[in-house]
Design a protein around this ligand. Sequence first.
Ligand code: ADP
Ligand code: MG
Length: 440
Amino acid sequence: MINSVSDIWETVIDRLREKKNVTNTAITTWFDDCEPVDVSDNRMVICTPNDFKRGMIQQRFAEDIKALLSDLFSAEMDLLILTDDELEDYNSEKESKKLMPEFSEYTFENFIVGPSNRAAHGAAIGASENLGSTLYNPLFIYGNSGLGKTHLMFAIAHHVAEKEPDKRIVYVKAVDFTDQMVSALQSGRIADFRQKYRDADLFLIDDIQFISGKQQTQEEFFHTFNAHYEAGHQIVITSDRPPIEISKLEDRLRSRFEGSMMQDIQPPDLETRMAIIRSKAAKLGMVLSDEVVAYIAENITSNVRQIEGVVKRLTSYYQIENDTINVDSVKRAIKDVIRSGTYIPTPDIIIEETARFFSLTSDDLRGQRKNKNIALARHISIYLIRNLTTLTLTEIGAQFQDRNHATVLSSLHKIEDLLKTDPDMPGTIRDISSNINSRN
Ligand code: ADP
Ligand code: MG
């Protein structure tokens, strides 16, 4: 079985050697110091020491190698020959593209503009064309889940990567920023962490609401933010709610956010939803009747991700069942999506997010320690598991070192009481729930 790039290359060389017009000496001369680099996007990349050798390989062997590769992969394959000098650039470019592939469709061209997102879209374009300008920097985009915040963020990145390829772009989810910071602190590599997140002309941080309640992350982020700001770098932040609604946020950060160019995205109106549906369908090679488009648009109103889910589901009916797409098939697709779209988190995730919110660990919550903070976090996680999953009280107890059913019940009652008496509790529950849902 062939799996690694070097296996592939070895096979190619072996087969090349078998060709009548290719001598062993030729193979040694041209290929002994030639290294395989990469196979991706229907192309093999190899590297040879200098331009002269590249020229020879190109002239004498490239066509044969391409044919051998195409044979091996049963697909048209191309060959790219680099010199040692070019290798470093190739690798760093590849590295910088890495964060993009899963989001390659998130471009301005693919973003449908309507009244609900026009201002945010305009500001995103403004920021991408005037990196670091006082007008659009920092840019803070907020709105409910599934309305295109991450899409716009990546559209800025793609636009800049294309227009100004020398600019350094760093994208990070706030939750990953937090995790990486914690492990950098533990392993004594905080300087590397800072270098990584401060060295960027364009700094994108997604779902900043995650840092709510996390003091150490907020401290670190404050300095990251200032470093970029003072260096005139473009900062783009997204959040599922405006700064004022992010609870447990340090005042100095809140005021930084509020001093940003703030743009909200609202759910799209009917006409925009119809345009989005047509565009997503066209991308999937499907033409939908006006009746079908209208039906989807009228029934899914608040989340573009769900709209997209329905359109994708329709393509699969189309392909598998060769179905004609009518309102009945749409009803079925909507049901499927709504059902599968009702995200049921695992108890692990709930415990993890609750612990994270209180700067504790999952083990703290599952364990026996009874200090006030831990006990409260434990009660909250129990309450959330009860409300977000279908686990029974006994099953919930099993998650916490076999606490019995009565202990679980008493946790539930404690939180239900606190929801009535502690003015902070509803916000805390909502914040943690939202963090849990973002893990979907
Ligand atoms: P958010 O980050 O706000 O939760 P995303 O940016 O991930 O939402 O968007 C969810 C999905 O909806 C993505 O696939 C995105 O391409 C799509 N989407 C959202 N708004 C639009 C729009 N205006 N035009 C086209 N696609 C959109
Ligand atoms: Mg997002």
